[in-house]
Design a protein around this ligand. Sequence first.
Ligand code: ADP
Ligand code: MG
Length: 620
Amino acid sequence: MSFKIHILSPELSNKIAAGEVVQRPAAVVKELIENSLDAKATRISVIVKDAGKALIQVVDDGEGMSEQDASLAFRRHATSKIHSASDLEEIRTLGFRGEALASIAAVAQVELKTRTDSDDLATHIRIEGSETIEKSKSALERGTNITVRNLFYNTPARRNFLKTRHTELKNITDVIVRMAIAYPEVEWFYASDDEVMLDLKSQNVERRVAEVFGKSQFGSMFKFDDANELMTVNGFLGKPDFARKSRIEQFVFLNRRFIFSRMINHAVFQAYEHMLEKGSFPFFILNLTIDPKKIDVNVHPSKMEVKFENESNVYRIILSVVRKALAANDLIPSMSFRDGNAVSPFDVKFRFSEQAWKQGAIDQTGAPVFPLRPDIRSGEQSTPPTPHIIGLDDIRPSESNLESPLPFETSSSSLNRVLAQRSALDQSQMPESKPIWQAHNKYIISQIHNGLMIIDQHAAHERILYERVMANFENTLPSSQQLLFPETVDLGASDYSLVKELLPDLVHLGFDMRLFGKNTVVIDGIPADVRIGNEKKILQEVLDEFKNNEHTGVKDVRDNLAKSFACKAAIKAGDRLNVTEMVVLIEHLFLAKMPYVCPHGRPVIVRISLEELDKRFGRT
Ligand code: ADP
Ligand code: MG
């Protein structure tokens, strides 16, 4: 017979963060699963009834316990995982306190069946309120099977303290989901009141995450991997458009232990700065691996709080790793993170202020300076501004580009509307011009006080339109331009019923429409941003995009409609813009609440700092 468990000396057990471990069913589930994982199980099954109050059963195929260990396991401070005080300094197992089984056995009716490789028969023990009431032997596969019945049957006060069935079950599910993410190589089975909740085969981490969160959610995240002198960090980051209204989908695992760390959450949140709408939180899964000597898990009985040797160092590293990952996925408008430094890519404030503009002081604060010159201000065309950069033909404005007459043609005419609605700035007081170029009919390049700014014209216009539509939804009165001749549109049956469903919101958006029957609608007016003559096409495109977005998991109808419309009504890559159009676009972009990301979460602006340019040209 082999022995592994021993009782910790009072000196050592006194060093362990004291406190109750099993306050609710989810805590019992967590402790039992941790034991299975520490026993190197490859298959773990959890069965609960009545949200764990009637029954919690955890079965594993781990190393099991000998008869003697099985009896000792329920004693307080009985553990096989640490031996001396120095072991506390580098904990490599999930458990170490030797208290879980004792605590559980004190407040429930517990049945343990367990067998090791070297035993022929399994040990069978029944304990109620810490009293052993039966001991026997039975045949069983290697592993451990623990059944916990009638939790808190002898402590009615605690039983009454439990939350609703729904809440307790959700807590249990959360525990199991976290474990399943952290241990993808383990097979998991989880059933509640005979309903199978999870049934996961052993798989790699991508597949596990995809299976747990579902395909569409998985499509909105990307994997990343990093390593530095202190730790390795990998995991998954949600794209900004997939941000949540609460923090529940934020997972931090430290050496495969789920932990709560406000410090780490904050660092990640900080990395997403400027990319999220106010009040939303990024989705993330972070797996940190750190030398156990550099962390302390022994701070709270739940073992979910951890102290780091150097907190601010950890903060700095997480911030820069996540930023780097976002930048590598083109989600941050910055070029260089070579030093892994934690300087915000937005160390220069872009936000446009009318006041600053009028005072010509934007340059000082770092906001972009636009190429407004008297001749352009008045809407007339003139010779192009002289580019400051010599030899970069690609970004030099072409003559024809600047000569395109107003009002504009092609779909950039939608921008015409932007122009029409622009605030009446006192243009005579605008500062002297700085160059602005359109490159490849796709990007707008302009000088800012600390370098260059490149704007994706489609993404920028999309952001402007998206915010305008969302604001329109808030207004009581829809606004649209009336068509001289109402347009009849023949839609398919499914689009017709979609329009029927969306009609009030479409009207709010500016599509003044009536259902005409026989899958036909009549358009009387269109949103101000749509060019007349284009209404049929835009409506169809918006409906298609709406359906697309629905597929990819955009749940909110208005948000979806606004995104769809913004995408379809915005100027496209390939649309040629003249200087005035570019200026107006930039002006409106910086009046937006979130100028830095388009509604899909892609960057709108990329900044190249002078520093970066200097570095590249060896001017350091
Ligand atoms: P701890 O996990 O902190 O050591 P527990 O009270 O949870 O304390 O468990 C006591 C001991 O019982 C463990 O150290 C371990 O040796 C043994 N044990 C508990 N559960 C299992 C299991 N599922 N498989 C094998 N051994 C187990
Ligand atoms: Mg344990």
